[in-house]
Write a protein that binds this ligand. Structure first.
Ligand SMILES: N[C@@H](CCC(=O)N[C@@H](CS)C(=O)NCC(=O)O)C(=O)O
Length: 212
């Protein structure tokens, strides 16, 4: 299997975490591609121009990180990250919550690359609102995360938080007074404690050593 992705070990990558948890990380061939690189080859692989994606051994592609995660999890002979039964829907909701927070953070960064005078402020404020709302929802539910089996919702929330932790477009773009010192940790003590603990799990602490 070929994983097309944008390697950056400064934040947690949900596909790598899932591959590690499923015990299939050694079955992946890594193709590192930056979708925004000026000479990117990403379009050869996907009409969507996005990473991550997976190409199966028979050549068929899977688009999007969440689908790739579910496929990798299906190969696991151990505990599954995608629960079945009643627990599934809560895990999937938290999965989308964390992943959509990641997307909103990424979109703020992409828009923020334009000159300030060209920013679409209504768009940026909308994405900022999603980031903050997702964090508050996580903070409101975090007491349940601790006692439940590790699942894909935890992976994606930790991934979204770690991206915000390292990139922080709210702080960088300073749309509102106080944003210049924004930290997702402020007043979210239980979420901070959960995150600081979960990142010690081997699959999250794992750093890929890519042969270049
Ligand atoms: N939540 C999405 C995130 C995908 C994503 O935003 N990937 C970026 C990686 S830099 C990308 O390909 N951006 C290119 C674009 O949006 O056109 C997923 O897991 O598939």
């Amino acid at each position: 299997m070929k994983l097309i992705f944008n390697p950056d070990d400064s934040y947690i990558h949900k596909v790598l975490v899932t591959a590690h948890e499923a015990g299939v990380i050694d079955r992946l061939d890594f193709v590192a591609l930056d979708p925004f690189g000026s000479e990117t080859q990403i379009w050869k692989y996907s009409p969507l121009g996005k990473s991550p994606m997976l190409i199966l051994d028979d050549g068929s592609p899977l688009y999007g990180g969440l689908q790739v995660c579910e496929y990798l999890d299906s190969l696991s002979s151990g505990a599954r990250l995608f629960p079945q039964g009643r627990e599934r829907w809560r895990a999937l909701r938290l999965m989308v919550l964390g992943d959509a927070m990641f997307d909103a953070t990424a979109l703020m960064r992409v828009e923020g690359r334009r000159p300030r005078a060209e920013w679409h402020l209504d768009y940026l404020e909308r994405e900022r609102r999603k980031v903050l709302g997702a964090l508050d929802e996580m903070a409101g539910e975090v007491s349940r995360f601790v006692g439940e089996p590790f699942h894909i919702g935890h992976v994606c929330m930790a991934g979204g938080i770690s991206y915000l932790d390292t990139r922080n477009p709210i702080k960088d773009l300073r749309l509102f007074p106080g944003d210049e010192s924004f930290s997702w940790r402020a007043n979210r003590h239980a979420l901070t404690a959960w995150y600081d603990r979960i990142v010690l799990r081997p699959s999250l602490a794992f750093k890929l050593r890519l042969k270049r």
